[in-house]
Design a protein around this ligand. Structure first.
Ligand code: SAM
Length: 276
C-alpha cells in the first residue's frame, strides 16, 4: 500500500519511488494520474487499474499475481490508499488468504491538515466525507458530538459552507480550521470558530479546490451558561420556529451544546403552553 503526494509531486518518499519502479505489478486507481506522477520521477512502466467498480475483477487478478509470487503495489490518485479511497476490501481479503501486506507510508490530507490547524492533535477522529443529504449529514454529525478528540472531515468545495453551518449548530461554536489545496500553489488555512467559518464559506461563491475541515474537541470545562440570555433568545426564536430549530439556532449563537438549548427550549415551551 503505497502513499503518493496530495498535491506537490515531490512529497513522495524514496522508498515509495523504489517500490513503484521495481514492483512486479502496479495497480493504480487511475493509471493516467499515476502515469503523470511516475513520469515526473522518470519512472516508465506498465500499470493495471484497481478502482471501486472493477474491484472484484482486479482483486482476482491480484490474487493470481500473489499466488505466482509476484509482488504487487497499490496506489490511489492521491495520498494514502484506503483513506477515503479504494483498497479496504482488498487488504482484508489478501490478509485472509495469508499473504503479507506492508504500508509504504506518506502523505494523507487529514494528517497534513491536522498538523497545521492549530488545534489539539493528541487525540483525533477521522470522519471521512459527511453524507451529502442534509438530514443524513446532521444525523451523522450528532454521532460525533461526544467524541473527546479533534474531528477531521473531508468535504467538497460546494458543500463546505452548509457542512460548517450544520457542524456549528450541532456541536456548538467550537474552534475550527479549514485547510484548502494543501501542498499546492493556492494552499490556504482559515482558522476561527465553526460559526464564523460557516459565515465566510456560505458567502464565498465558486469556491474551488480540495478541502479538509478540522474541528476542536468538546470543551472539557463546563461552559458558563448565561441563563437569562439563553431564555431571552429561546423565547424570541420559539415565537417563530419549532422547538428543535429554535434550540439549534440559539445553541449556535451561544456556542453551547444543542441538547442543553433543546432541554431548556422544551421547558420554556411547556411553561408557556402546558398542553405542549
Ligand atoms: N487518499 C487521500 C488522502 O490520503 O488524503 C484522500 C482521497 S479522497 C478521494 C479526496 C479528498 O481528500 C478531497 O476531497 C479532500 O477532502 C481531501 N484532500 C485530498 N488532497 C487534498 C489537498 N491537497 N488539500 C486538501 N484536501 C485534500
Amino acid at each position: 500500500m503505497v502513499a503518493t503526494p496530495i498535491g506537490n509531486a515531490r512529497d513522495i518518499t524514496l522508498r515509495a519511488l523504489e517500490v513503484l519502479a521495481s514492483v512486479d505489478t502496479l495497480y493504480a486507481e487511475d493509471t493516467r494520474v499515476t502515469g503523470k506522477l511516475l513520469a515526473l520521477h522518470a519512472i516508465s512502466r506498465s500499470m493495471k487499474s484497481y478502482r471501486d467498480h472493477n474491484a472484484a475483477f482486479a482483486g482476482g487478478q491480484i490474487r493470481k499475481d500473489l499466488e505466482q509470487n509476484r509482488s504487487v503495489a497499490l496506489v490511489s490518485d492521491a495520498g494514502t490508499p484506503l483513506i477515503s479511497d479504494p483498497g479496504e476490501n482488498l487488504v482484508a481479503q489478501v490478509i485472509a488468504q495469508g499473504f503479507p501486506v506492508f504500508p509504504i507510508p506518506g502523505p494523507t490530507a487529514a494528517v497534513a491538515a491536522l498538523t497545521a490547524a492549530g488545534l489539539p492533535a493528541d487525540r483525533f477522529f477521522f470522519a471521512g466525507f459527511l453524507p451529502t443529504k442534509p438530514n443524513e449529514r446532521r444525523r451523522t454529525i450528532r454521532e460525533f458530538e461526544v467524541i473527546p478528540g479533534t474531528l477531521i472531515f473531508y468535504e467538497a468545495p460546494g458543500r463546505v459552507g452548509e457542512a460548517l453551518a450544520d457542524l456549528a449548530s450541532i456541536l456548538g461554536d467550537r474552534p475550527a480550521a479549514v485547510a484548502r489545496e494543501l501542498t499546492k500553489i493556492h494552499e490556504e488555512f482559515r482558522r476561527g470558530t465553526l460559526s464564523n467559518l460557516a459565515d465566510y464559506y456560505q458567502t464565498t461563491p465558486n469556491l474551488k479546490g480540495e478541502i479538509v475541515i478540522v474541528v476542536a474537541p468538546p470543551s472539557t470545562s463546563a461552559p458558563t451558561l448565561d441563563v437569562a440570555s439563553l431564555d431571552q433568545r429561546l423565547t424570541a426564536k420559539l415565537a417563530v420556529h419549532p422547538v428543535k430549530d429554535a434550540a439549534a439556532i440559539v445553541a449556535a449563537e451561544l456556542g453551547i451544546p444543542r441538547r442543553v438549548a433543546y432541554a431548556r427550549a422544551l421547558e420554556l415551551k411547556k411553561a408557556n403552553d402546558p398542553r405542549a
